[in-house]
Design a protein around this ligand. Structure first.
Ligand SMILES: [Zn+2]
Length: 101
C-alpha cells in the first residue's frame, strides 16, 4: 500500500512526545486522494494504533479565475457554477495536518 508521507511525518512528530498523547485529530482536505480507510490503515500500522484517531475532512473550496466566484466543487466537477469557466484556483481542500492531540 502507498503510504501518505504527511501522515508518516505526523507520526514521527508524535513519537517524539508520545507520553502525553491520548487522542489525535487530523484535518484532511477533501481533495487529498487518500481515503479515511487508507489513513486509518496506516495509523493502525503505527506505534499509535491503540490511540483513537479522528479524521475531519475539510470541504474543498475553489475560486473561479474568470469571475472570481468562490464555490465548493462537487465530486468530479470542475466548472464554475456561475460562469461555467474551468479555470479555478484551489483555496481549500489539500491540507493534511495535525489539528489536536
Ligand atoms: Zn466563474
Amino acid at each position: 500500500m502507498q503510504h501518505n508521507t504527511r501522515l508518516s511525518a505526523i507520526i514521527d512528530h508524535l513519537l517524539r512526545r508520545a507520553s502525553s498523547i491520548q487522542t489525535v485529530r487530523l484535518a484532511v482536505g477533501e481533495l487529498v486522494s487518500f481515503t479515511d480507510a487508507q489513513i486509518r490503515k496506516q495509523w493502525e500500522e503505527s506505534p499509535f494504533a491503540h490511540i483513537p484517531l479522528t479524521i475531519r475532512r475539510v470541504p474543498a473550496q475553489q475560486q473561479c479565475m474568470t469571475c472570481f466566484e468562490k464555490y465548493q466543487p462537487k465530486q468530479g466537477e470542475v466548472s464554475c457554477p456561475q460562469c461555467g469557466s474551468v479555470g479555478a484556483k484551489i483555496l481549500v481542500g489539500e491540507e493534511f495536518f495535525l489539528e489536536a492531540s
